[in-house]
Design a binder for this molecule. Structure first.
Ligand SMILES: [Zn+2]
Length: 281
């Protein structure tokens, strides 16, 4: 287990003063987020779960930012009240995620105690923001409802779409939450389309991949995706596509995986990925 000394981000160090034996920062965030959810769960119902209502129960006001805030959202205290502001012009799903993300900032004990240090090393800041994403997923897909919704089976591509619309969340956030909570080894791959060059028929390549802790393989960014993969069909038809068995050439060799590919709607285009692909090893 990493000791507190290994965390250079001030807020993560503050968070780790609350860690129970053996907990990682992500464990602390999950535990604290789940405590907030269960505290309000009798008043806060869904799916879909309204992030604004959760903020309200926490005494936090949510509003659209009146100016350019150079980001998706922010949280700050003012005159004894706490505000979350989100940038205008985002789709509803993104606004919901942004509010959850900003709410997750309050899980850090020093949330309002200091000015955000903008010059913080990028790697540190990335770790901090990833923890807020973990907290956001706990608010957007509360475990007591989303867990039973997943069931025991491997989630199919069309079920990913159903769950995304049931929870009014993006495909991206839904697929990541599913993979994280799966007992099976799974990985979500975000792929991007580029027009083929020359005679190449391969047009989808990996932007990034998010494995769960059981997934045994490593998937390289920029890896080309086989043109026979159902990922291409999902992209071309804009429909979910499944293959019970595909061969993927992964870093450590050719592997047989089950493939569930979901096209990403254009309103999620900010992420620049075109298809989300869940691989089950
Ligand atoms: Zn943040």
């Amino acid at each position: 287990m990493p000791s507190n000394e290994s965390h250079t981000h001030e807020s993560i160090r503050a968070l780790m003063t609350e860690a129970l034996d053996g907990e990682t920062p992500a464990d602390v965030i999950r535990r604290k987020a789940r405590a907030i959810v269960s505290k309000h769960r009798h008043l806060w119902t869904g799916p879909p779960f309204c992030p604004e209502a959760l903020a309200d129960l926490e005494g936090i006001r949510v509003e659209e930012a009146p100016c350019d805030i150079k980001g998706d959202g922010r949280i700050f205290p003012l005159d004894g009240k706490v505000f979350i502001q989100y940038a205008p012009g985002q789709c509803a799903e993104r606004v919901r995620f942004t509010i959850c993300h900003e709410l997750a900032h309050t899980l850090f004990p020093d949330c309002y105690k200091r000015e955000r240090n903008r010059s913080q090393a990028e790697k540190d800041h990335h770790e901090f923001e990833s923890l807020c994403h973990i907290g956001a997923a706990e608010f957007l897909f509360p475990i007591d409802t989303f867990g039973p919704d997943l069931g025991q089976e491997r989630v199919t591509a069309s079920r990913v779409q159903e769950l995304a619309s049931r929870y009014k969340a993006s495909i991206d956030a839904t697929a990541q939450r599913i993979v994280h909570l799966q007992d099976h080894p799974a990985c979500v791959v975000f792929a991007q389309y580029k027009p083929p060059e020359g005679k190449s028929v391969v047009s989808l390549s990996v932007l990034y991949a998010v494995p769960n802790r059981r997934f045994p393989h490593k998937i390289h960014p920029r890896m080309k995706i086989n043109s026979k993969s159902v990922a291409n069909r999902a992209f071309a038809t804009k429909q979910p596509a499944s293959a019970p068995l595909e061969h993927w050439f992964i870093v450590d060799g050719m592997k047989r995986v089950r493939t569930e590919a979901v096209p990403l709607p254009t309103f999620e285009s900010k992420q620049t990925a075109d298809v989300a692909i869940i691989l089950y090893a």
